[in-house]
Design a protein around this ligand. Structure first.
Ligand code: GMT
Length: 374
């Protein structure tokens, strides 16, 4: 098949999933065209069967900002016609599904089918804005197929938009060969020269991630045992995180690594992953941690409980319940037998429920059904 993919190219789970999906489809012989604002961060160089079309915007004196979304829609239409795309798979309803709808209107009769994957914040955050609500609803309603990355997100989308169309849950996936446990990881020594416990958090430091809670949980752990905290990412709450670290006197035990492209070795070096988010449609980072044999302590928000089995592959607590999260973290880190059991089950669950090949096949079957349907 000839498949177009649009996604945010910047760091984040949706871009990671869209890019890994594109790479896997290309490896299976499909022609993949990324229609994007920039080269996706996970693409990492040339790939057979993959073409990247970077959207060019126009600037014109009377326009206050370049109309990116219109340029994207035009690029989608152009690519669909020039390369006879069968499928355009967009990741996020806003703006991508809306642009895809516009692209279809532009090209008229054409067999192109639009698949929209909902990743969360288009529904849980952006749709709260009245001016965007109708646009997002339009994008969802006009897509030929809609998927969401968790059952929780399917439910929320139905409730919020009152749509009764099919929304298929296709869980996110992980490459379990790349994200894998590494016994005696050499990276450990960089962060924990005294063999301290390593707690890890990776996110875009938005308010919904509750990074200050990460720091508070860590403080309670470090009060009891030698421990280090590794923070990966950058975003609006980076300053608040640094302030919390300083205020709690943790500066010597916290590493701020900023944005990182390659995180598999960081996961493999960690003992525990912290994800106390207020909203999280899936929590790809929790899955990547589990695949690396790292249990997760976090909140039971959104789709997290569908990924992390509470009491089996990690521990979940209500949003903001820092004390319970810290108690659970200490429970795991101070009991080697319990820890081993959780670590083994975390890896097993990632491999048996969320391995890349099965999920890529689910998308492939969805595309084939749409194409066959005409
Ligand atoms: O979490 C974010 O703010 C980034 C966002 C993204 O664009 O990657 O993540 C969303 O999509 C991921 C991939 O499906 C999910 O794993 C995240 O849970 C989801 N984030 C939220 O729902 C807050």
């Amino acid at each position: 098949m000839r498949i177009g993919i649009s996604c945010y190219p910047t760091h984040g789970g949706s871009g990671a999933v869209a890019t890994e999906l594109g790479k896997a489809l290309a490896d299976r012989g499909h022609q993949v065209h990324f229609i994007v604002a920039g080269v996706p961060f996970r693409l990492g160089g040339f790939h057979h069967n993959i073409t990247v079309h970077e959207v060019e915007t126009v600037s014109y004196p009377v326009l206050r900002t370049p109309p990116y979304d219109f340029s994207l829609a035009a690029a989608m239409a152009d690519t669909a016609v020039r390369f006879r795309l069968d499928i355009l798979h967009v990741h996020y309803a806003f703006p991508f599904a809306v642009c895809a709808h516009l692209a279809k209107e532009m090209i008229g009769p054409h067999p192109l089918k639009v698949v929209t994957t909902l990743h969360g914040t288009d529904v849980t955050v952006l749709a709260q804005d009245k001016s965007l609500y109708r646009l997002i609803k339009l994008g969802i309603e006009r897509s030929d197929a809609v998927t969401a990355v968790s059952q929780s997100l399917v439910r929320q989308t139905r409730e919020l938009f009152h749509v009764d169309r099919d929304i298929v849950c296709v869980y996110n996936f992980v490459n379990t060969k790349v994200f894998r446990p590494v016994p005696n990881s050499p990276v450990r020594r960089c962060f924990a020269p005294g063999n301290e416990k390593i707690l890890l958090h990776i996110s875009n430091f938005r308010a919904v991630k509750r990074v200050p809670d990460v720091v508070r949980v860590f403080r309670q752990v470090r009060d009891v045992m030698p421990a280090k905290l590794v923070l990966v990412g950058e975003g609006p709450d980076s300053g608040a995180a640094r302030e919390a670290v300083e205020a709690l006197g943790l500066t010597d035990d916290v590493y701020f690594l900023g944005r990182q492209d390659e995180v598999a070795d960081l996961f493999a070096a960690a003992d525990l992953f912290l994800l106390p988010s207020e909203k999280e449609s899936f929590g790809l980072v929790a899955l990547e941690a589990m695949a690396s044999g790292v249990p997760v302590v976090g909140s039971n928000a959104g789709g997290i409980p569908e990924v992390v089995r509470d009491g089996e592959t990690g521990f979940l607590a209500p949003v903001g319940d820092v004390d319970t999260m810290a108690r659970r973290a200490l429970e795991l880190l101070s009991d080697p037998l319990l820890y081993q059991r959780f670590s083994r089950r975390a890896r097993e669950r990632a491999v048996t429920h969320f391995d890349q090949p099965e999920k890529v096949s689910e998308y492939e079957s969805l595309y084939r059904a749409l194409v066959a349907h005409g």
